[in-house]
Write a protein that binds this ligand. Structure first.
Ligand code: ASP
Length: 317
């Protein structure tokens, strides 16, 4: 058993333009990422499991209205919040996910229940909500999810029709996720999102799809994605990183770069991912202007960053 642990989180690749980001807001994003990554890290230091650390970090990000997941979820075409989430335990290939759930306070906790207490992997819509009620998970009224900034973002694109697959619409994106390595060498990944602003017709992205938005395999790595979901689904992005390492003998960096900087980029799929391998290497590639991200490495050093032109915003223990 090694005492070395590490964890990474993301708050989505749909970052604000640098000229819209003032110092105060940047500080708030940094605090949100730090809090989430530290919560997960504490669990790992105490000998807790990677899956518990991931669920805890994602829950903290879902509770923060700055991020597009849980409380900060974007508006659908009908002016509602419909949330998707998934998580996977790389030690046993167990996974749970939910799609199109409304008013559930923490979709990642519901995905965890699906994994632990149901014979299923993916539950959707009213059935998933019924399952949440049967497990006594907390629900919140619409007012809890209402957010002025998200409302204005929705109003601005409400009448714009479909997003074309080649549209680059980073402001309509956002997601949160976490990946972790625990003291026993187990890997886990989790992802949660409100999806894309103005989505309709029951649109579901990559985030709740095991293999596309989330994957974990102790032998290789744990991955959580963020970006234009339709592309991530078609590339089977999270699993493709594992496949590159497994069949192609690539390193974590080579495999994540191949998926994000080549395959997705060539298709026009904007976004990024966070990944940790079994040795504790961390990769956080993105092909967008930025990706909200935070990580605590094997030496216990915390880093937080947003844009591509900065390595870290702070460097605290
Ligand atoms: N991947 C998410 C989706 O397509 C959105 C995002 O990560 O920004 O629903």
């Amino acid at each position: 058993m090694s005492s070395k642990v590490c964890i990474a989180v993301h708050g989505g690749a749909g970052v604000l333009d640098q000229n819209e980001m003032d110092e105060e807001l940047k500080k708030l994003y940094g605090e949100g990422l730090s809090l989430a990554v530290q919560k997960g890290h504490q669990i790992l230091l105490n000998g807790g499991s990677a899956i518990d650390a991931v669920a805890s970090a994602v829950t903290a990000l879902e509770d923060n209205p700055l991020f597009n997941a849980g409380r900060g979820s974007v508006f659908t075409f009908e002016g509602k919040q419909e949330m998707d989430a998934s998580l996977m335990d790389g030690s046993n290939f167990k996974a749970g996910s939910v799609a199109m759930v409304r008013n559930v306070r923490n979709p990642i906790q519901l995905a965890r229940k699906v994994m632990d207490e149901s014979p299923y992997v993916l539950l959707a819509g009213t059935g998933a909500e019924e399952f949440a009620k049967s497990k006594d998970l907390p629900f919140e009224p619409d007012s809890y999810f209402f957010n002025e900034k998200r409302y204005k973002q929705w109003q601005a694109v409400k009448d714009s029709g479909f997003h074309r697959l080649d549209d680059r619409a980073p402001k309509n994106l956002g997601t949160v996720g976490a990946v972790a390595l625990d003291q026993k060498g187990n890997l886990a990944a989790g992802t949660s999102t409100g999806g894309m602003t103005n989505k309709r017709y029951g649109r579901i992205g990559d985030s709740p799809l095991i293999g596309a938005g989330t994957y974990a395999d102790n032998q290789h790595c744990a991955v959580s994605c963020t970006g234009h979901g339709e592309f991530f689904i078609r590339v089977v992005a999270a699993y493709d990183v594992v496949a590159g390492m497994s069949y192609g003998n690539l390193t974590l960096k080579e495999s994540t770069d191949l998926v994000v900087m080549k395959k997705l980029l060539e298709m026009g799929g904007e976004g990024g991912l966070i990944a940790i391998d079994r040795s504790g290497n961390i990769a956080l590639p993105f092909n967008a202007e930025g990706m909200y991200r935070g990580w605590i490495d094997l030496d216990g050093v915390m880093h937080v960053a947003i844009y591509s032109n900065e390595l870290t915003m702070n460097n605290e223990q």
